[in-house]
Design a protein around this ligand. Structure first.
Ligand SMILES: *Cc1c(COP(=O)(O)O)cnc(C)c1O
Length: 385
């Protein structure tokens, strides 16, 4: 990871709050994942971190991309991902997005509904092959907002409907296989056992399928990759399938930190550190109750005590950490919020006219600004009057 003196230097040079990504850490994660599943086809879930420099590094390592919007599709292409390494998913594929995907002859499409297939079926399809997304109807044992594999979620089709749609697509020779994404931050292998039990029935009903897309959603930190790999490889071998995975968080989360400066300290019932970063810069604590490791840059003095790290906005939810054990912190000190390389800047907003932070990329000895901090004029740049 980027050392403390480099982080001090970055805060000095680019100001705070600032996201810092370590490209070497991302490349190491790619190597680790390839070690776990050597034959798998990796498609990075762009929504986790769409920063251009990050996307170029991922594409440069030969990893494809999973995209769900026109914006993500264009970003991935711009970063150098070849169209055949793109996978278009999501429940919202509309005519325009499909037209563009046909135009670039996109490699893979995950169909989320029969209604989507209606928009695809009469297009002049060249190399594109299709996956049918199955809703496994399970309890993925994760936060409600992340439980995309639950029966009540809008994603994918229940078994009977998935089989029917797959048969339709197979009839015209374009079916590659099925797609399941259990949800995000899934850590239980039991979830995958349930999924494979369902997939056996589905795959047994078709011959000559080429792919299994088992999604992403691997917990950070500590996903049980070896147990996962054992199960997915055994399944793939049984049906002669190539495995596709769509890791987002697990490739980039640990490669990113958010540097924030303490601007005020308030003592009361609790000790509040008011920082220059809050929910508009990092939404995960407010939205998911996520807990991120937080430390004082450069280490510290004194007994650690519980303190709250609060943001600058007028919202109770504007908090990055509660009861964080930190040593003595003074006004002006720098804090490092860890594991924010995924769904960090990606979910940052202009709420309360917040100026979104800078993004800085460290690649070995090189330090570069990937995206500058927003200025007030960026806020009204798109307004007509
Ligand atoms: C969000 C998403 C992913 C990536 O999830 P992570 O938790 O970031 O790994 C993969 N596939 C689909 C379909 C997704 O919606």
């Amino acid at each position: 990871m980027v050392d403390d003196s480099t982080l001090f230097h970055i805060a000095e040079r680019f100001g705070t709050p600032t996201y810092v990504y370590d490209l070497e850490a991302i490349r190491r994660q790619i190597v680790t994942l390839r070690g776990v599943l050597p034959d798998a086809d990796l498609r990075y879930a762009v929504k986790a971190n769409p920063c251009g420099t990050v996307l170029r590094a991922v594409a440069g390592a030969g990893v494809g991309a999973e995209v769900i919007t026109a914006g993500e599709l264009e970003r991935a292409l711009r970063a150098g991902t070849p169209p055949e390494r793109l996978l278009l998913g999501g429940p919202g594929q509309d005519r325009d997005l499909i037209t563009r995907a046909v135009e670039i002859d996109i490699g893979l499409v995950s169909l989320d509904s029969a209604s989507q297939w209606e928009l695809w079926r009469d297009r002049p399809i060249r190399s594109t092959r299709f996956l049918v997304r199955v809703n496994p109807g399970l309890d993925p044992r994760t936060h409600d907002h992340l439980a995309t594999g639950a029966a009540s979620s809008k994603f994918g089709l229940p078994r009977a409907e998935a089989t029917e749609l797959a048969a339709d697509v197979a009839k015209v020779g374009l079916l590659a296989g099925f797609h399941v994404h259990a949800g995000s931050q899934v850590s239980s292998l039991d979830v995958y056992d349930e999924i494979f039990a369902l997939l056996i029935d589905l795959y047994a009903g078709f011959s000559d399928l080429a792919l299994l897309n088992i999604g992403g959603g691997f917990t950070v930190p500590c996903f049980p990759f070896s147990g996962f790999a054992e199960r997915v490889v055994a399944f793939a071998e049984r049906f002669g399938l190539r495995i596709v995975i769509e890791p987002g968080r697990s490739l980039v989360a640990e490669a990113g930190v958010l540097l924030t400066r303490v601007i005020h300290i308030k003592e009361g019932e609790r000790r509040h550190l008011i920082a220059d970063a809050g929910m508009a810069d990092l939404l995960r604590p407010a939205l998911y109750g996520a807990s991120h490791p937080i430390r004082l840059l450069g280490g510290g003095r004194g007994e650690p005590r519980a303190q709250d790290l609060d943001g600058p906005l007028c919202e109770n939810a504007d908090r990055l950490g509660q009861d964080v054990l930190l040593p003595v912190v003074d006004r002006g000190d720098l804090l490092v919020v860890g594991e924010v390389g995924a769904y960090g800047y990606a979910m940052a907003s202009n709420y309360a006219s917040n100026l979104r932070p800078a993004e800085v990329v460290v690649d070995g000895p090189s330090i570069a600004l990937a995206r500058r901090r927003e200025k007030p004029e960026d806020l009204w740049r798109l307004e007509g009057g």
